[in-house]
Write a protein that binds this ligand. Structure first.
Ligand code: CDP
Ligand code: MG
Length: 883
């Protein structure tokens, strides 16, 4: 079953910087399985000794270690000039006590695993230890990978600040931006960025150390990187270019790395850092709200703020829209207004009635945009402004008075100001950085976050945690390969991790918005992402690194054979991998083991930071000036949901009529963008082109987007992606000479035909055919389409440009399941294109009365007429001439 993707997921953002690939060819995965050279059990035992005993060694043996460490200290020691207050704060971090042990282990081993509670100082301090020990002094860079952009940016800034160095020395690189210079010594980056660098320089020669941070998150790129770097480090050492690998993780299941014979020849030592953790009292809810957990979170925060002693509040929600919705409600309930005297600051003597009376004057019960702009703009207001600007209009933000359970008391008890800050991955870096700064004097900090605050970032001064118990995750359907975002329960390990955030500076409290019975049903640990998602993009990247036998790759947790097979098969049918030789009938497992090598088309596709289906379209886009259109279509399809949705329940009558008006306008504009004749056959993709084109002509203004039902943020993202893809296209094919023509003229009819063919070539496995003789069938098939993989009928979505046209053959971008299964992103295709453009999906036969094969002087090939049928479903296609 296919489901729709959701718009604002926070955590699926993965970076994959894209550039040309001229990798240093190394057959890493071809090496025989590791750990077989000597008795693995014996080695494991030997290696484990030091780590198990580490605790008991003190003090006698530790001295010995320190003495040895002193002896082997590199000649260079790079002094760092830290500010006294920074130095003082550092000394309080648990990791500082382990510096010698860590550095000793790094010197003695190729790879070291370091685990310690979040907040113990791993991310900020270990790169500094390595820098001081001279690992960045002879030209090599200390590279640190993070699964999230937020962490890469904020950690680089923090470390630069702690070391009193410029951001040109301690820098970051994420998908669209970075501040790396010639002088960079410590580089924080997302894992996708390093993966792309491996494609350019397999030995990662510019790095002296690679730190893989947050390994417990088990993001796909992190997993792959660990597999790759576990092979790169020994290769480098053998070539006399030593490189160190550090895997850093919260205290969660490190066995997947250390006890994985395929990953490390000798299990790496594990250093555990004990963190000071103050007790956290966990409070469960009696009941578990199934729907309105954001409302529940809001009420809980109000209660904490009104009734409990000072201390920061950290709230875990699932997505950006929820975060903004709760932030807005909190700001309405507790307006924080800097630069004004707090009328009721610490005056506890005020009687309830007089307080109520005062509230009337003090509070802004309804804050409109005008009120915001009227307030003096400083930090707090900027945030409020940001909260509104960035709001994507999805949260159901009820006026407090409208809320069914609203307690009038909650509306306003401003005795202590509440300083509300949002936090999620895609938030602008300047906004994110605010959570690390102390709140304004006298105010209570309240950070409303997604699970980005679970492990990546430690926010100082948090005493109360409110945990909704849920997380937004991407799921994917193994059969149909369609992915969707769903909110699910977290694992027990995650819940405990979230609770732990309350006990960093003093004893704290964690309020779980679910019952202990529900907690008991949580799984113990979260699954590694790689087991939950399609891997066709990864398999392509790995093939591009010449890892042909992907099944033999040392994944910390291998994806299922089934997932690998379907990835390999998709890539074969897209022409990215060579078709395996047909030796009789091979079963699917054997096919996968055949380890098909990458084709030149596959190499070109691997250079694009988009999924292989879209990469194929880009690789084919160089005809008839279609490239700028294909780049735009692919960018728009990659950015989720460019249209505003008007189907959410409206709060008031006025709002619903406003929404109806906007919806009508949006439908009208889509019809206009779809056009007539040929352009209409490009269907929803024409609408995307039209929308982006119109926006560019209107100067990409927010006003234009809002007036025409487009999401402004999506349009900006498309703009950036178009720029990036254009650069990539130009670097992959130097003669392509494409430039981003923001103001694109609409495609000609001839170009539209090419565009439809290119889209068919990329989305070939998403072909659907309108059911024939529908009157003979069940009425449920009326206007329905059949797809090769689903038994049920699918329909063209009512919002689609082709909803009324109903072409015989279409390809679709995705299937959304609401009341019916709807295809979205639909484009009409001609049946005679299918055998020519998708031969891999067709069975061919020579028609009975066909002419004899003939010689074609233009191509110099023998041609013959062939009849074809589409695989699995056996749709008969028109006879065509083929070579
Ligand atoms: O990586 P790990 O979770 O072990 O800790 P860390 O991120 O290195 O953080 C160590 C300490 O630095 C924490 O107690 C944070 O509160 C503090 N920190 C900070 O104050 N400001 C930042 N931008 C980052 C960290
Ligand atoms: Mg960390």
């Amino acid at each position: 079953r296919k489901r729709r993707r959701e718009e604002d997921d926070d955590d699926e953002e993965k970076d994959c910087e894209s550039e040309g690939s001229d990798s240093d060819e190394e057959q890493i995965a071809e090496e025989k399985p590791l750990g077989k050279t000597s008795s693995p059990e014996k080695e494991t035992e030997e290696q484990k000794q030091p780590e198990v005993k580490e605790e008991e060694k003190k003090p006698q043996e530790i001295k010995e270690i320190h003495r040895k460490a002193d002896e082997s200290k590199p000649a260079v020691f790079i002094p760092v000039d830290r500010l006294p207050e920074i130095q003082e704060a550092r000394l309080r971090l648990p990791i500082l006590a382990e510096e010698q042990v860590v550095m000793e282990a790094v010197r003695e081993n190729e790879c070291v695993v370091l685990c310690g509670e979040t907040g113990s100082g791993k991310t900020t301090q270990v790169p500094q230890f390595l820098y001081e020990a001279g690992y960045a002094s002879s030209g090599g860079i200390i590279g640190v990978t993070e699964p999230r952009r937020v962490a890469a940016i904020s950690m680089s800034q923090r470390v630069a600040q702690e070391m009193n160095l410029s951001t040109g020395v301690v820098s970051y690189q994420i998908r669209f931006e970075g501040n790396v210079t010639e002088d960079t010594k410590i580089k924080f980056m997302t894992d996708g960025v390093l993966l792309k660098e491996i494609q350019k320089d397999f030995l990662l020669q510019k790095y002296s150390v690679i730190i893989i941070d947050e390994a417990h998150e088990r993001s796909v790129y992190t997993d792959i990187l660990i597999g790759l770097v576990s092979r790169i480090a020994p290769l480098r050492n053998r070539r006399g270019l030593p490189m160190k690998l550090l895997i850093m993780s919260a205290t969660l299941r490190v066995e997947d790395f250390t006890e994985n014979q395929r990953l490390f020849r000798t299990p790496p030592p594990v250093i555990k850092v004990e963190a000071r953790q103050f007790p956290v009292t966990v409070h469960f809810n009696k009941r578990t709200p199934m729907e309105d957990y954001t409302g529940e979170a809001f009420h809980k925060i109000c209660k904490i703020h009104r009734m409990l002693p000072s201390g920061g509040i950290l709230v875990f929600l699932t997505g950006q829209a929820e975060v903004h919705s709760v932030c807005r409600r909190l700001r309405k309930a507790f307006p924080y207004r800097p630069n004004r005297e707090r009328t009721v600051s610490a005056n506890t003597e005020v009687s309830k009635t007089s307080r109520r009376a005062k509230k009337k004057n003090v509070c802004l019960p309804k804050i409109s945009l005008d009120n915001y702009s009227a307030l003096p703009v400083d930090e707090g207001d900027e945030d409020r402004q940001a909260g509104i600007d960035e709001d994507d209009g999805e949260g159901s933000d009820l006026e407090l008075g409208d809320h069914p359970d609203s307690d009038p008391e909650e509306k306003s008890d401003p005795s202590i100001p509440l300083y509300v800050l949002p936090l999620y991955s895609l938030l602008a870096p300047e906004q994110q950085a605010k959570v690390f700064r102390p709140p304004p004097a006298g105010a209570r900090l309240c950070v409303v976050a997604t699970n980005v605050a679970e492990t990546s970032l430690t926010i100082p001064g948090i005493k109360y945690v409110v945990d909704c118990g849920r997380v937004k995750k991407r799921f994917y359907d193994r059969v149909t390969g369609v992915s969707s975002f769903k909110v699910t329960w977290i694992s027990q390990a995650s819940a405990n991790q979230r609770a732990g955030r309350a006990g960093r500076t003093e004893a704290g409290h964690c309020y779980r918005l679910y019952s202990s019975a529900v907690f008991g049903d949580f799984s113990l640990f979260s699954e590694a992402e790689i087991t939950r998602r399609p891997v066709d993009d990864l398999v392509l990247q790995m093939k591009d690194l010449n890892i042909e036998k992907v099944v033999n790759f040392p994944f910390p947790t291998p994806p299922s054979g089934e997932t690998l097979i379907s990835a390999e098969q998709l890539l074969i049918s897209l022409g990215a991998l060579e078709e395996p030789p047909r030796r009789g009938r091979l079963n699917e497992m054997e096919r996968a083991r055949l380890s098909c090598p990458i084709t030149p088309l596959g190499r070109a596709m691997a250079a694009f930071p988009v999924s292989p289906r879209y990469a194929k379209m880009l690789a084919l886009g160089r005809q008839q000036g279609c490239m700028p259109y294909i780049i735009t279509i692919v960018s728009a399809m990659t950015v989720r949901e460019i249209f505003e949705e008007y189907d959410r329940p409206a709060g008031s009558e006025e709002e619903s009529s406003r929404m109806a008006g906007k919806k009508a306008r949006s439908v009208q504009m889509r019809r206009l963008w779809a056009g007539q004749g040929q352009s209409l056959l490009l269907g929803d993709l024409m609408v995307l082109l039209g929308a982006v084109g119109a926006c560019e002509f209107a100067g990409c203004s927010q006003q234009f987007c809002e007036g025409n039902g487009l999401r402004y943020k999506a349009i900006l993202e498309i703009r950036r992606l178009r720029g990036q893809l254009t650069n990539t296209v130009n670097s992959v094919c130097a003669d392509a000479g494409v430039f981003v023509d923001h103001k694109m003229a609409p495609p000609t009819d001839a170009q539209v035909v090419y565009l439809r063919q290119i889209v068919l070539a990329g989305l070939g496995d998403h072909l659907a055919r309108r059911v024939q003789n529908e009157e003979l069938l069940d009425p449920k098939w009326r206007n329905g389409y059949k797809t090769p993989l689903l038994d049920e009928p699918v329909f063209i979505h009512p919002s689609s440009a082709l909803h009324k046209t109903l072409p015989e053959f279409v390809v679709y971008q995705e299937i959304v399941e609401t009341t019916k299964m709807y295809m979205r992103g639909v484009c009409a295709v001609q049946p005679e294109w299918i055998p020519k453009l998708l031969p891999q999906y067709c069975h061919f036969s020579v028609p009975e009365q066909s002419p004899a094969p003939w010689y074609c002087p233009q191509t110099g090939r023998i041609k013959c007429q062939q009849q074809s049928t589409f695989f699995r479903v056996g749709w008969k296609l028109p006879a065509v001439e083929l070579d």
